[in-house]
Structure formats: C-alpha cells, structure tokens
Design a protein around this ligand. Structure first.
Ligand SMILES: C[S@@+](CC[C@H](N)C(=O)[O-])C[C@H]1O[C@@H](n2cnc3c(N)ncnc32)[C@H](O)[C@@H]1O
Length: 412
C-alpha cells in the first residue's frame, strides 16, 4: 500500500465497523472476519466489509455440486486479509521523480505515490504523460502466485513468485525505447501455474479457448503430455505471443505442440478427436452450444466410428479431412521423437470457469447427457471482500489479469 500520498486528500474514512441504520436489527457481524480497513468506501477495491470467509455464492455452489454428485466440494477460504496478489499501478511524474501508485479513487486519475521505485530512476525511463500521450512506462501490474500446493498453506505466500506486467507506450517491440523495456522485464520471473496434476502422463491434450496457449504450453513444459498439445483460439492476435513463448521452450520439451487460429464452435469434434484430455477455458458466456453438443454426443461418435467402413477415427496422416485450414492459421512445433497418432476421444474434461452462471448451465447440460460425471469441484475465494466471481473447479489455477478462476473436472 502506498505510503506518501500526493493526490488531494481522500475524504475521511468512515468509522470502522459502522453499519447503515437498519429498522430490523441484524446480529452484530463477527469482527474476526471483518475487513477492518480504514480505506473501505474511499478506496474502490473492496465492497464487502463483513463475513469475508463466506463469499455470497458459497452456499449455492455447495448445494449445486452436492446435487450433482460431488458431496466433497472443497473451498479455499484463502487469506482474508493481505490477500491481494495483483496490483495495477499507474506510472506518472518524471524520470527523476517518478510517481508509481494506485489511482486514489475510482474514476479519478490521481496517483497515490510509492516513492521508491529504483528500476525507473536507474534506467532513466520516462513515465507516461496522460495529457501529451508521451513517455514510456504507463502501468506496472504485479501478480503473486501462491498456489504451490506442495507447500503448507502458511508457506505459500512466502514462496510465491511474482509476475510483473509492464504497460509500455510504443507502437511495437522494435521501437527505440524497447531496450529499456527489455532491461526492465528481464529482471522478473514470469508466472505459470500448475495444471498438470489432473493430466495423466503421456496424454494428448486439447486446450480450447486457448488464448496464447498458456495452459497448453505449460502442460507441454511439465513433459506430462508427451503426445500432442493442440491449442485452439479464435483471436489471431494471440498467435505472435504463442510463437514467442514456444520459441523459448526448453529443449527437453518433446510434445508435438500446435496452435490453431480457429473457431472452436465450428466442427468442434475435429478438436476432440485424438485428445485424451480436453481443457476448456471459455469466456464468461460459457461453452459454445456446438462444442457442448459434441461433448454430449461422444459415445454416438465412437460407436459410429466403430461401424464397418467408417474412417472417422482411423484416418492416419489424413487427419480430419473435412476441415481445410490455411497454413497461416497454424503454428506447428513437431516433436523430435515419433508420436503415435492417437485417434482417441477424450476421457477427461477440465473446465476452467470464470462465469458461475454459465458454468452451472454447461455443467447441468453435460451431466444430463449421461456421458460425463463430475469427479471433483473446487472453489477459490480469490477476492475476499469483493463481488468478483468465485472460481469453481478441480485444479487450483489462476493466471493472467482475470479475476477468479477454477475449474470443474469431469470424467466420462
Ligand atoms: C477466458 S479466455 C482464456 C484464455 C486462455 N485460456 C489463457 O489462459 O490465456 C477465453 C479465450 O477464448 C477465446 N475464444 C472465444 N470464443 C472462441 C471460439 N469460439 N473459439 C476459439 N476461441 C474462442 C477468446 O478469444 C479468449 O482468448
């Protein structure tokens, strides 16, 4: 939290634990799980002051999973205070006297200063000037990983890694100021959380709604999926990021990895064939209906494929002939060793959800098909005191600039 404040003084904080007048007196909230922050209300960060240990949808999530066969729904109440592992700091001022801090109040652009940013003064980086649109460094965002589940929870924070994102004001990576950016970025470790616990060794994986392939690439790095990793993403802008990360993969990685610029909702079956594990990380609206339908009808595909004369799952080399894709839309990194050309259909589905309402609908639809059953679900109270969503699912996995994450694990 910034100490010296250069912005105009904030309105005085409300008295701690004051409650709005209520005609029906409610029991006094437990002080042990209250936010107890003098900035509540004047700061835009938190909206829930009491009972931080129980996010509003916890009861609903527990009931939902119980109803669908998971009576051991687990929930990380997480750290109730001092939990923020992500801070987006605005950078203003000058290179000799930089201001790095939080916007003081939502809607204002007054920066509350953190005065001791050594990186900026040493590299002579020009802070962004909002009026002129000039300068170099605009924001610093920091995220701390605390989900190394092999550690006792008390030690996770201490041993967390920090991902730092720098928002740089330039047209492209080759602009004259980029050397300074690289010098700044090289100083930090990047963040990749573990997803591999639920992926069996040797699996072929389809990472659908893949973005820049963070999940698929991280699985390839763990060397768990020695077979293939297919990342499917609709936004072509993610391709360079995938390529850049793929270039930096260690030599030890020996999966065949591909990134496809494609719409998962078109011929979704073509992405499912040949994958043992499917990871889906859809936008808040949930799975595309056609993918949902393909997942619901896998046994029918399987039995059709087994019928005499069918080439549905057998076509080696000439994979998925009904899909013609342009070369530009594909990035292919071949494995050094020969891979068996798997034509299996998925047995495991890992659903990472950032939208509770759509997850519930998709989950109900998958279960009602009697093709999938729910193995495990886990929720995370990533943002105590805020109204941001709770992730639900199987694997403790949070990354990038998104709010609550989690996933539901299904088995067929
Ligand atoms: C919640 S993000 C997940 C990103 C990624 N898994 C990651 O870790 O960075 C959802 C992604 O799905 C992509 N997307 C949305 N609709 C899609 C579709 N029909 N087919 C493929 N990708 C899609 C979006 O562009 C976005 O990158």
């Amino acid at each position: 939290t910034p100490s010296a404040v250069r912005a105009p003084p904030a309105p005085p904080p409300p008295p701690l634990l004051s409650l709005p007048p209520n005609p029906k007196p409610t029991p006094l909230p437990s002080l042990t799980c209250a936010l107890q922050c003098p900035h509540f209300q004047s700061c835009s960060g938190c909206t829930q002051e009491y009972n931080l240990q129980r996010p509003i949808i916890l009861n609903e999530a527990t009931d939902f999973f119980k109803k669908h066969g998971v009576s051991d729904f687990t929930f990380d109440s997480c750290k109730l205070w001092g939990w923020r592992c992500r801070a987006k700091l605005a950078v203003r001022g000058s290179s000799t006297d930089p201001l790095v801090g939080l916007y003081h109040q939502e809607g204002t652009h007054n920066v509350a200063d953190i005065p001791d940013c050594k990186g900026i003064t040493e590299l002579n980086i020009e802070p962004y000037d909002e009026d002129q649109g000039t300068g170099e460094l605009r924001y610093v965002q920091m995220a701390v990983t605390t989900h190394n589940t092999s550690l006792p929870s008390a030690e996770r924070y201490k041993n967390g890694k920090v991902q730092v994102s720098l928002v740089w004001n330039s047209r492209n990576e080759k602009s004259p100021s980029s050397e300074k950016l690289n010098a700044l970025a090289d100083a930090f470790d990047s963040l990749l959380r573990k997803l591999q616990k639920h992926v069996h060794v040797g699996a072929s994986v389809a990472d659908l709604y893949a973005g820049a392939g963070v999940i698929g690439l991280s699985l390839a790095v763990t060397r768990k999926c020695r077979q293939s990793v297919k990342c499917v993403e609709i936004n072509k802008e993610s391709k360079p990021s995938f390529e850049k990360t793929a270039e930096r993969l260690p030599n030890s990685v020996d999966s065949s990895i591909s990134w496809h610029n494609a719409d998962t909702s078109i011929e979704p079956l073509s992405w499912l064939v040949g994958s043992d594990v499917v990871v889906v990380d859809p936008p808040r609206k949930g799975l595309d209906p056609s993918l949902l339908n393909a997942l619901r009808t896998i046994p029918a595909v399987e039995s059709k494929a087994k019928s005499p004369g069918s080439s549905l799952l057998k076509a080696k080399g000439e994979k998925r002939p009904w899909i013609v894709r342009s070369r530009e839309a594909l990035v292919q990194i071949e494995s050094k060793t020969t891979q068996e050309d798997s034509q299996s259909l998925p047995q495991t589905l890992i659903y990472i959800s950032c939208g509770w309402e759509s997850f519930k609908e998709d989950c109900k639809s998958l279960l009602s098909s009697n093709v999938w059953h729910l193995n495990k679900a886990h929720g995370f109270n990533f943002f105590p005191g805020t109204q941001r969503g709770m992730g639900v699912g199987k694997v403790p996995f949070g990354y990038q600039a998104l709010s609550a994450y989690g996933c539901g694990g299904f088995g067929s």
